[in-house]
Design a protein around this ligand. Structure first.
Ligand SMILES: CC(C)(COP(=O)(O)OP(=O)(O)OC[C@H]1O[C@@H](n2cnc3c(N)ncnc32)[C@H](O)[C@@H]1OP(=O)(O)O)[C@@H](O)C(=O)NCCC(=O)NCCS
Length: 145
């Protein structure tokens, strides 16, 4: 943040680009810079030291982040992990998540995360890193048309 005043715009663009590829029941809706900034960068749950960014030169190519939870001071919530399409399959997501775990290790007791059941790459990475599977969530929809 000190070294690169353009960091917020670059991070917003990266988050939008990778979010588009997250498997989800509904179509992806982009989030404006103002909305993202208000909800994420100004969130009281933001942990800047745990916000890992992979760079290729000045370009932001991947990120993985965690959030604090007021109700659970010993736990951290793993937020989005994402890598730009051209950079996938090179171990960048695993490296970013290892940095998050390293950051969390002596300060917190657990990391918790949620994945879509069809997100094979992310589930594969999480299992490889030792996350234990808990109960599944089922999304249901009733069409009223
Ligand atoms: C998920 C994502 C972050 C992976 O990034 P990446 O940098 O390509 O991942 P890595 O190269 O570090 O890891 C590859 C690992 O993915 C796993 N993997 C990839 N494809 C897989 C598949 N089809 N089935 C199971 N595991 C798979 C493997 O564990 C692989 O490890 P290996 O190298 O030992 O085979 C990337 O695909 C992405 O940005 N997706 C869109 C955003 C998203 O869905 N994020 C998760 C929601 S929070």
């Amino acid at each position: 943040m000190r070294n690169d005043p353009a960091c917020y715009g670059k991070l917003h663009a990266l988050v939008q680009a990778v979010s588009e590829d997250i498997p989800r029941p509904e179509r992806f809706t982009p989030v404006s810079f103002e909305q993202w900034s208000a909800f994420e960068m100004k969130s009281p749950n933001l942990v800047p030291q745990g916000y890992m960014i992979a760079k290729d030169g000045d370009k932001y190519v991947g990120m993985s982040t965690v959030w604090k939870a007021q109700k659970d001071p010993k736990g951290l919530y793993q937020g989005l992990t994402g890598v730009l399409r051209d950079y996938r399959g090179r171990g960048i997501a695993v490296a970013l998540k290892l940095k998050v775990i390293e950051f969390a290790r002596n300060k917190y007791e657990k990391l918790k995360t949620w994945n879509d059941s069809t997100n094979a790459p992310m589930l594969g990475i999480n299992v490889k890193l030792g996350f234990k599977r808990e109960v599944g969530w089922i999304t249901l929809e009733k069409s009223l048309a």
